[in-house]
Design a protein around this ligand. Sequence first.
Ligand code: HEC
Ligand code: HEC
Ligand code: HEC
Length: 284
Amino acid sequence: MKTKIIAGLLALSWVLAAALVYLHKDRVQLVRLPPESLAEWYKPQNKRQVWLHNMFKLRREMQAVKHYALLEQAEPLALWTERLNEHYQKISEMVPEWGGRLDQDVMAELITAQQSNQFGQMGYLLGDLQQSCDSCHTQFRTVTATLYRAPDFQEMRVKPSQSLPETMKALNRKVNSIKIAIGAKDRTWALNSLGELKAGINEMSALCENCHSYLPKVYPDTVVETALEELHGALLSGDSKQQGEALGKVAVSACAQCHGTHRIGYDTQQLIKAKSGLLESLRH
Ligand code: HEC
Ligand code: HEC
Ligand code: HEC
């Protein structure tokens, strides 16, 4: 009897383990991750976004080659074809795992066509080459941009003693306090909470300036300032409908606008990073 139970439990645990691995596998396959060597060509391992800049060069070179082939101008065509080849080869120099994704046959034909002044042929060959660009982009462009270029808020802090999620939760409590106070017609509570919300918003502004310094002040910008003033006015003399609407404007301009860019980007990045951790744990 006892052994039967143990055997049964053992079998069950195998089924569970298999199901878990299956589930994990399923989740891992949702997004294909780029090879790790790509990280070398992005911050923080590199000072610049070397990979992305090589891509911009490739796009420019494709355009120039097409342009000069149409005009049948051999000299600039030779120059730009050479550059195109150089930066195309750079793809596999930077990320050897992606060497197989390059279409070397088409590139060789393109160079031959250029050297023998077969201008008309070059347009077709550029189209073929573009297919090798597109097929890699379909799989890896979005995941790479999210992984290496979406701002990472993990280590960021508004106050040294508080994590970012804690700061966010505190701000959120102020917004909700105002909402509850409006419902309860408790003007003092509403005004006090608004004062604290404003202080919290102003404290955040230094965080944004780390990256947004080249623009006019992003946070709180004039839209947020105006919304806060309107809310203050409505709390003093408006009815609860006006107060609710004014609070809505504050929430959209001071919170939702940033979330639309940064929270989505950051959350997705964290999701992908968690997935790569999962992938690692499956490999070992
Ligand atoms: C082996 C994979 C691979 C190949 C081949 C490849 N690319 Fe890319 N490319 C990428 C990745 C990954 C990104 C995303 C980089 C980022 O956003 O930081 C990208 C991004 C780009 C971008 C920027 C797109 C944008 O608007 O943000 C351009 C332009 C580009 N590639 C051009 C080309 C051209 C032209 C070719 C072919 C001649 C090419 N790429 C071949 C992987 C590849
Ligand atoms: C780590 C750098 C970094 C920090 C810190 C940062 N941003 Fe950004 N922000 C960017 C980048 C880069 C973009 C461009 C879009 C992208 O790549 O996600 C952007 C885009 C935005 C956008 C959308 C585009 C626009 O200009 O309307 C908003 C809104 C925004 N940031 C608000 C903020 C606010 C508010 C803060 C501070 C509370 C902040 N950001 C902090 C880097 C940062
Ligand atoms: C940088 C622009 C930015 C601005 C401005 C901003 N947030 Fe956030 N918020 C974020 C990011 C990024 C996260 C994700 C943080 C994380 O998960 O570590 C977040 C997360 C949150 C969360 C979830 C916290 C949790 O982990 O439970 C709440 C709630 C929140 N924000 C409320 C607000 C409110 C309310 C405001 C306006 C008063 C606001 N945020 C303004 C970027 C911003």
